[in-house]
Ligand binder design. Structure first.
Ligand SMILES: O=P(O)(O)O[C@@H]1C[C@H](O)[C@@H](CO)O1
Ligand SMILES: Nc1nc2[nH]cnc2c(=O)[nH]1
Length: 378
């Protein structure tokens, strides 16, 4: 059991619900320790703005707070005082218990024991169709899973084999802009870890900032810029759970060097090298696309492509010790010129995905087919 008193001192005044979900509970607790809500991150249930009801709840909830505190890991970022809180007070999705429950449910409903996890980006869900002997679960049927709300993200978890390798594939991912807490959108990574996944492969659609890039290029991500992270929006914010990983994970090796090299080799064999790139992906919160000034700024900061996903998944996957490999399909050119008539739009993003899907799927599946061979090196 532990207690914290950090909330009034550490929460920045300007922080909003949207930008730092991990801090919602802390802010709510700064008013009343017992204004906490459920585990699912529903902001309305954190009691923000419901001052009248708070006092009544405080007595009836104290026993459940103590019960939940059995699973606590002490938050090394907070000072200790007198109010007892549990991990679930901070983690609005993605707690060990939640992930364990989801993983156990999946393990009891499928015979597949995946070592490879795949996340399909916007319009790139066709990869899941390559999976042999598929066992498919709708996200809405999986305990603790969020729902997909974006066109081009089917919302299905597919188990089976890809080129003989047992794998699990997210046909559709979750994004910050959908309104989920950041821990909730990355919950599948922790579930995959508990399922036995060792290697994560992510795809996304992204806007090309690098002026040499063309629509339809595929960029191997070699590094990222976590823009929301600069404002404290990081999926690992909050108490660290040592069962998943260390408090301060290294990110300078986030994108596995050997897997990147393998992808170059495979692309060369397949005759894809002319559209294969390697570069830096910058994540923003979305859902609005960037202004011209923002694109210019990101480009000058060293980003080659800009998108709204992947980075949070990679941070959580790396924290849990999984290898990561990620590809961006350059679905549109980021507009950098005030005279340009181009306008970023989701339909173009999906259309580019349709046009490049087959090659992207071939590239990923061939990389997967070589993983065992490469595994000897890891
Ligand atoms: O899931 P990804 O990153 O592929 O989706 C991108 C970002 C937005 O969700 C959407 C914009 O068209 O595509
Ligand atoms: N932020 C962002 N995400 C994208 N996803 C696909 N294209 C884009 C883009 O231009 N900007």
């Amino acid at each position: 059991m532990f207690s914290v008193s950090c909330a009034p001192d550490v929460v920045p005044v300007a922080v909003t619900h949207q930008t730092t979900p991990a801090l919602w509970p802390i802010r709510a607790l700064s008013r009343s320790v017992t204004s906490r809500g459920g585990r699912d991150g529903d902001v309305s249930r954190w009691g923000v703005g419901k001052k009248k009801k708070k006092k009544k709840k405080s007595r009836s909830r104290s026993s459940s707070i103590i019960r939940e505190a059995e699973h606590n890991v002490e938050p090394s970022c907070c000072s200790i005082r007198s109010n007892m809180l549990s991990m679930s007070d901070f983690v609005s999705g993605g707690s060990y218990e939640q992930c364990r429950e989801t993983a156990d449910w999946l393990l009891s409903n499928t015979q597949v024991r995946p070592t490879v996890g795949i996340v399909c980006g916007s319009g790139l869900g066709g990869l899941a169709e390559m999976i042999k002997d598929p066992e498919i679960f709708k996200y809405s049927d999986i305990p603790n899973f969020p729902r997909s709300t974006v066109h081009g993200h089917a919302g299905r978890l597919v188990f089976g084999t890809l080129k003989g390798k047992p794998c699990v594939c997210m046909q559709g991912r979750f994004h910050l802009y959908e309104g989920y807490p950041i821990q909730k959108i990355t919950l599948p990574m922790r579930v995959f870890k508990l399922l036995g996944v060792e290697t994560m492969i992510m795809t996304n659609a992204a806007g090309g900032l690098n002026q040499d890039y063309k629509v339809g290029d595929v960029m191997i991500i070699k590094d990222h810029i976590n823009m929301p992270g600069f404002a404290g929006v990081n999926p690992l914010a909050g108490p660290n759970d040592d069962r998943f990983g260390v408090r301060f994970p290294c990110m300078s090796d986030a994108y596995d060097r050997e897997l990147r090299q393998l992808a170059h080799d495979v692309a060369s064999e397949l005759g894809y090298s002319h559209f294969l790139r390697e570069g830096v992906y910058c994540v923003l919160g979305g859902p609005s696309f960037e202004t011209i000034a923002e694109c210019r700024m990101l480009n000058r900061l060293g980003a080659d492509a800009v998108g709204m996903s992947t980075v949070h998944e990679v941070i959580v996957a790396r924290h849990a010790g999984m290898r990561c490999f990620a590809l961006s399909l350059i679905s549109n050119r980021a507009v950098m010129d005030y005279d340009s008539q181009e306008k970023a739009n989701h339909e173009e993003v999906l259309e580019t995905g349709r046009q490049r899907a087959e090659q992207l799927e071939k590239l990923v599946s061939t990389v997967v087919s070589r993983l065992e061979h490469n595994n000897n090196n890891f």
